[in-house]
Each structure stands twice: as C-alpha cells, then as structure tokens.
Unconditional design. Sequence first.
Length: 261
Amino acid sequence: HSNVNRQSPLVFKQGVYRMLQGAGAAQFGQMSGEQYMAIADAIIDVTHAKRAAGEGGANVLVFGVGYDSKLWLHVNRGGRTLFIEDNKEWIQKVHQDVAHTHTTGRPLAVGASAFDVCAVSYPTVMSDYAAYIQSDRYDALLTLDVTNTTCGDALYSTPWDVIVIDGPEGFRWEAAGRMQPIYTAAKLIHHHVFTARTAPFGCHIFVHDYERTVENTYSNMLFGSLGTHSSGGERTTLAPVQIRSEGKSQTLAMWRVLPPN
C-alpha cells in the first residue's frame, strides 16, 4: 500500500493510462479507455486530496461487478471499495478473476481479500420504472434494503467519495433495472454531503449506459436536483458531463456534487 500512496498522483495516473491504452481497456469489459480513465482520475484525485488533508484513502461504491472490478481495486489500493451485486454467478466469477490477477503476478496486484462484495436482490422490474417514482411509497420502493445481507451498515454509514452505477442489468424491460442504485446513491449524497456534512470532499457519481431511458430519467431527476442544495437554495440543475467514445454506443455520465460552502 505505502509505495502506491507515496507515488505522485500523476505517476500513478500515467501507469493506469498506459494500461488502458489501445486494446487495453477491452480486458476490463464494456467501457472505453476514456470512460474508465474518467472514473480512475476521480478516484486518484480524491485520494490525493484526502491524504493531503491527513485523511485516509478514497471510499468507492460500485453497483455491479465485472472484469473491471480488479481495475477499481487496483486504482483504489489503500482505500475502501464496496461492490453491490445481485448476480451470484458473477460474484463467483469476479472472485476468481481477482484471485487469479493476484497469483499470476500481472501488474494488477490486488488480492482476493480486497474484494468486498455485498450480495443483494433487487425486487424492482424495469418496465415499472415510472410507476415507482410516482408512487406515494416511492422511498420504500426505491431504497435498497440490505438488512439480510453481508453489507452491515457499511452502505449507508460510509461517506462515499465516488459512486459508480453499472449494474444491475438494464437492457431488457423484465430485468431489475437501475432504479434502486440511482435512488439510493442520491439518498446517500443528500445525507452525507448536505445533511450530516460527513463528506467534505463531495462526491463524484458515474452512471454507465446513460443513453438508456431508465438511467437517463432517474439520473437527471435525482442527481440534477442536487444542484439546488449546493447553490444556497437557488433552483439550479446539476448537469452531467457526458463521456462518449468512438465505436461505443454506451455513454458514461458524471455528476460532481460539491459540499455547501
């Protein structure tokens, strides 16, 4: 850990850039090198800012596991990374992938012990996305319930610096969809950044597949409204930065939520 933490953020970023160049990004999954790098930049920058302020590493929350899980563990070495996943087969697959990465001595030395995953089940159905948000019980319907999971209170008590939403699946209307992760992320930010003031560095939120109806509708509504808080009550909409890449139809959207002055 200590060697990585002593490296300048620039040197560490250059190493990650090299890994993601050309066809390098393909080993990690669906996103392009630029999209992965946008998330890596945010994690490395907040890690540096927190260390400069005498605090620990970054707190990174990722909805969805995949072959890129090892990338987040590598980039956030020395920090805390929690994955939320509903697919047991993928949890198993990624556990082996992370362990294999460690034992074969490839440049990503992360180790299986670093893979902290909370297995959940999503009771939602994507085709009902509009009905959930219009319901009087929207908070109960859209808040992710982790009571009978290994999560403990980590999900809700940790002030997350970076939140990545890339799961559960959302390409079929009968799938669970990403309504709960997006709503839960917005709720976490409301609490830690604005109410409890436990996140002095604010939060970067990344939503993959932002071009799709559910991701777009929920993110714009829930993350867009966070702008009002940070501008002292004026109604301002927080607009995302959209990261698109040649040859990829999927868009990655990023919101940067700053704490109130």
